[in-house]
Design a protein around this ligand. Structure first.
Ligand code: E4P
Length: 217
């Protein structure tokens, strides 16, 4: 499973990228607003740091304007993926942009039928929002499982990008359900490597090693 960062903040992204484990980035208008930066500047900086897909979301709501914005965003860097919302206009824009060779992420997916339409429109990624479904008492992870089954039934190449991820259990469950990608807030990305037994075990190893008076180098 690929790991993307869910952030539009180049500084925040830089420290996670240093691990060598970041496969891509997803941004959205709310994340972009938080940075206080000009969107194109932030995206350019992120694309220079991250070789993989960097999703940049359109803000127009009609298909023609989405297509124009998408083409404009795609000029920022070769690894920009145009992100469009899962509306009829978004699906039309997806079909047009993917038909012209752009990679497209269809976002704000909350049902298997929406995901089916996105795949038929040629989406590179579909973004089901797990946390927001859990928030309203639905089972976000069940959506991932159903989309996986539908895409496998028909050999759709669209990658399932588990989004709106809130805690480590979401990451584990998304991986078990066969999501292709999981996009994580940077703080959660860092949290994934932590386990109290790892810290405790390492402290004991180092303490015992110190007693030997040796050094490896
Ligand atoms: C994904 O592309 C979205 O930017 C993101 O995962 C939304 O997450 P949220 O529900 O925590 O805002």
């Amino acid at each position: 499973m690929k790991l993307f960062l869910d952030s539009a903040d180049p500084k925040e992204i830089a420290s996670a990228v240093a691990t060598g484990l970041v496969d891509g980035v997803t941004t959205n208008p709310s994340l972009a607003a938080k940075t206080g930066m000009k969107l194109t500047d932030a995206l350019r900086a992120i694309c220079e740091m991250v070789p993989g897909s960097v999703s940049a979301e359109v803000t127009a709501t009609d298909a023609d304007a989405m297509i124009a914005e998408g083409k404009h965003l795609a000029k920022i860097a070769s690894n920009i993926t145009v992100k469009v919302p899962l509306t009829w206009d978004g699906l039309r824009a997806c079909k047009a942009l993917s038909g012209e060779g752009h990679t497209v992420n269809v976002t704000l997916c909350f049902s298997p039928n929406q995901a089916l339409l996105a795949a038929k429109a040629g989406a590179t990624f579909i973004s089901p929002f797990i946390g927001r479904l859990d928030d309203i008492g639905a089972d976000g992870m069940e959506l991932i499982r159903e989309i996986r089954l539908i895409y496998d039934n028909y050999n759709f190449a669209t990658e399932i990008l588990a989004a709106s991820i809130r805690h480590p259990m979401h990451v584990r469950e998304a991986a078990l359900a066969g999501a292709d990608v999981c996009t994580l807030p940077p703080a959660l990305f860092k949290q994934l490597a932590h386990h109290p037994l790892t810290d405790k075990g390492l402290a004991a190893f180092l303490e015992d090693w110190k007693k030997t008076g040796q050094s490896i180098l």
